[in-house]
Design a protein around this ligand. Structure first.
Ligand code: NAD
Ligand code: UGA
Length: 469
């Protein structure tokens, strides 16, 4: 079976960029990205400036391959039937009800994909888990496929994605590694070879790791857990720095120079955000508890506890700086996305900081270069509901939120400014002039260590930078 048609179910932050790169690198293969969300598919087919996912370099690739060998469609039935290889890149959020609520991954989207693949397939298929899944999910996927289709053979591979948002295209072009997990059977080996052939076109062969399915599924969770653990480690030390006068940036530099530790992922922050770190660690904690490994579960859960602690420390600092009188003050929040170069705000620490401030009585000015106003309002609404604040009180709080199109006005019309996201456009600006025009007490919280604290304190601004006295 030669691979001529690839389908990907899920046109999100993973499905869109990943398939764009596969289409670019495999011009003779027709790649179709599917989604049940029609308006998302319309946006992928629409204006290049308004694609559903913002990623540097993505729109240029889409411009080259869209409607040549890359297609976006809602026609799940025919596309599945016509494809030899099908990726599942649907979202797998934390369960909000049922067994494992608050910890386990919700696999309903994956189960639905497997049912649809089974139902619409009239030939054998290679089915690939691209979504991040608990170890042993492939067993369940196989079971569903075989139950819903007794005529065809389905080979299930695990091929987790390691791209980070904001650098997705570069990560896909130059992956540190690609993992393909598959069965050691004859059909398994053939399927692995077919997928390997695709990646081999641009990924050096020594970076393509072939493993068993369970190692592949679990490697993904462990990679995210270990990355997040580094951030919680450095953030926990930032508290000690603030008590002792040690400087967290000097510590991170000193520690990271040890080549056994390395310099990456040691940037102190207001806490990690994003759709995956928290959900994947919760999933790992759930898996450990299922096997009665409670010490292991507690260890990983503490990574999340430190992350919440770090974000709440920033909220406490806001209260401290404003003498608890948030009701008399306006707080500007610079950056709503969970990191720079993305329009994704899922689990962004900005949401927690903004809703904590609103609940404590403050007014909020928000600026972000990429996240839409609707998304920001929606995030705040959801955060208030999570805090059990409903209409009409929620509406009253939301009326104290202003979303700005420019960062200067957002800051000038506030008493306290919090730098939440490290967008390049926030760096190397003449902030002194802007801060001078702020309302009293002209206070700054640098949650990303992008400002010159010493210089700003010397000229009289009240400034808090993570992990620095
Ligand atoms: P996303 O929410 O951006 O996209 C998922 C898409 O799947 C949505 O558009 C949704 O409408 C669609 N979908 C869900 N069920 C469907 C179904 N049955 N049929 C058709 N469409 C369906 O999610 P994402 O950020 O792309 O993440 C997808 C998976 O990849 C998750 O498991 C995540 O953990 C993993 N992952 C994400 C990233 C990242 O940076 N976002 C990186 C690596 C891995
Ligand atoms: C992360 C991983 O880096 C990817 O390898 C993985 O594929 C992805 O999760 C996923 O599975 O979804 P992502 O969340 O997109 O990628 O972005 P990161 O660069 O990892 O940043 C996550 C959060 O940690 C951001 O809020 C970022 O600001 C924060 N961070 C990162 C720090 O606070 N300090 C650091 O040193 C690094």
């Amino acid at each position: 079976m030669k691979i001529k048609n690839i389908a990907c179910i899920g046109a999100g932050f993973v499905g869109g960029p990943t398939m764009a790169v596969i289409a670019l690198k495999c011009p003779e293969i027709k790649v179709t990205v599917l989604d049940s969300n029609e308006s998302k598919i319309n946006s992928w087919n629409g204006n290049l400036d308004k694609l559903p996912v913002y990623e540097p370099g993505l729109s240029e690739i889409i411009a080259k391959v869209r409607n040549k060998n890359l297609f976006f469609s809602t026609d799940i039935k025919n596309t599945i039937n016509n494809s030899e290889m099908i990726f599942m890149a649907v979202n797998t959020p934390t369960k909000d009800k049922g067994l494992g609520k608050g910890y386990a991954a919700d696999l309903s989207n994956i189960e639905k994909c497997a049912k649809e693949i089974g139902k619409y397939s009239n030939s054998d298929k290679i089915v690939i888990e691209k979504s991040t899944l608990p170890v042993k999910t492939a067993e369940k996927v196989k079971q569903i496929l075989n139950q819903s289709n007794k005529k065809n053979h389905f080979e299930v591979l695990s091929n987790p994605e390691f791209l980070a948002e904001g650098t997705a295209i570069n990560d896909l072009f130059k992956s540190d590694r690609v993992i393909i997990g598959g069965d050691n059977s004859d059909t398994g080996k053939v399927a692995i070879a077919k997928l390997k052939e695709i990646y081999q076109r641009w990924i050096p062969i020594n970076k393509i790791l072939l493993t068993n399915v369970w190692s592949s599924e679990l490697s993904k969770l462990v990679s995210n857990a270990m990355l997040a653990q580094r951030i919680s480690s450095i953030n926990s030390i930032s508290s000690i720095c603030e008590k002792t006068g040690a400087d967290i940036l000097e510590i991170a530099n000193a520690v990271g120079m040890d080549k056994r530790i390395g310099p990456e992922f040691l940037k102190p922050s207001i806490g990690f955000g994003g759709s995956c770190f928290k959900k994947d660690i919760l999933n790992l904690v759930y898996i450990a508890r299922t096997y009665d490994l409670n010490e292991v579960a507690d260890y990983w859960e503490s990574v999340i506890l430190i992350n919440n602690y770090q974000t709440n420390r920033v909220s406490d600092k806001i209260k401290e700086f404003l003498n608890g009188e948030l009701n008399k003050n306006t707080i500007s929040i610079l950056g709503w996305a969970f990191k720079k170069n993305t329009n994704d705000s899922r689990e962004s620490a900005s949401i927690q900081i903004a809703s904590n401030s609103l609940i404590s009585g403050g007014s909020i000015n928000i600026f972000d270069p990429m996240v839409s106003k609707d998304k920001i309002y929606d995030d705040i609404n959801r955060a208030l509901v999570k805090n059990k604040i409903f209409k009409p009180k929620a509406d009253k709080l939301i009326s104290k939120v202003k979303i700005y199109n420019n960062k200067y006005d957002a800051v000038i019309e506030s008493n306290l400014s919090v730098f939440c996201t490290e967008w390049d456009e926030f760096k190397n600006m003449d902030w002194i002039r802007i801060f001078q025009n702020m309302k009293e007490p002209k206070t700054i919280i640098d949650g990303r260590n992008i400002l010159n604290k010493e210089e700003l304190s010397e000229i009289g601004f009240k400034i808090y930078s993570i992990g620095q006295v």
